[in-house]
Design a protein around this ligand. Structure first.
Ligand code: AP5
Ligand code: MG
Length: 224
């Protein structure tokens, strides 16, 4: 297959970041997560970060025009020539329109939209116990996916912290925003024939095997 252009979709806490870490290793693709990019911008106090901080703290989406350029710049880099994994983008119909049009202009298209779903009660348990590392935002859970040494990242040795938007009232807001603004994209990608659904309530390794099997089938089909 010439290119593997993937997007990861699903509600907050479904496991997009968790699966992305595994898929990056499997397929050696660049990974662009808008949430990670924005959080790095907030800690670096860049102009983007100052603009985004308030929206993120409230559990709202940052304006479309702020985020679209951030992603397009990355898709145009040489490292993304053979494909990419997007996580957290697109998240609104206008963002999806921008992405489709931009890829189309470049003679490219999305290979698959990987939709990981999980029920609300599970999401709340996951987000309340999530920890991320301060250096590279690697994802853990105090109970479901603990690091080998408490509060230390297995991969880079940095400390683990809770995300600002993982407080109960912000989680509730993020779920509403997801249903209103992002969930409509599921139907769009279904109509385009590229949606692939995964049961995110299964253990991480199981979800990972299902996604890998699906991508292997897609690769085989592309070669036929
Ligand atoms: P973002 O960072 O994208 O947050 P999100 O979509 O709410 O998703 P999360 O990162 O919370 O969840 P995840 O699915 O990655 O789950 P994870 O793998 O960590 O966005 C944050 C904010 O940035 C937005 O609210 C918005 O303000 C802004 N933003 C970002 N993109 C934007 C855009 N395009 N437009 C506008 N604004 C934008 O897993 C969660 C926990 O569960 C972890 O602790 C993990 O260890 C555990 N876990 C994962 N999988 C499993 C499993 N199978 N079983 C048990 N536990 C599991
Ligand atoms: Mg994430």
């Amino acid at each position: 297959m010439a290119e593997l252009n993937l997007i990861l979709m699903g509600p907050p806490g479904a496991g997009k970041g968790t699966q992305a870490e595994r898929l990056v290793d499997d397929f050696d693709l660049p990974y662009y997560a808008t949430g990670d990019i924005l959080r790095a911008a907030v800690s670096g106090a860049t102009e983007l970060g100052r603009h985004a901080q308030g929206y993120m703290k409230r559990g709202e989406l940052v304006p479309d025009e702020v985020i679209c350029d951030v992603i397009m710049e990355r898709i145009d880099t040489p490292e993304a020539e053979d494909g990419f994994i997007l996580d957290g983008f697109p998240r609104t119909v206008p963002q999806a329109d921008v992405l489709d049009a931009a890829l189309d202009r470049r003679g490219r298209s999305l290979t698959a939209a990987l939709f990981i779903d999980a029920p609300a009660d599970e999401i709340i348990r996951r987000l309340s116990g999530r920890r991320i590392c301060v250096k590279n935002q690697h994802v853990y859970h105090v109970e479901f996916d603990p690091p080998k040494t408490p509060d230390v990242c297995d991969q880079d040795g940095s400390g683990l912290v809770q995300r600002d938007d993982d407080k109960p009232e912000t989680i509730a807001k993020r779920l509403v925003v997801y249903e209103e603004q992002t969930a409509p994209l599921i139907e769009r990608y279904e109509e385009h024939g590229i949606l692939r659904r995964f049961d995110g309530s299964r253990p991480p390794e199981e979800v990972h095997s299902h996604i890998r099997a699906t991508l292997a089938t897609l690769a085989l089909e592309a070669e036929l």
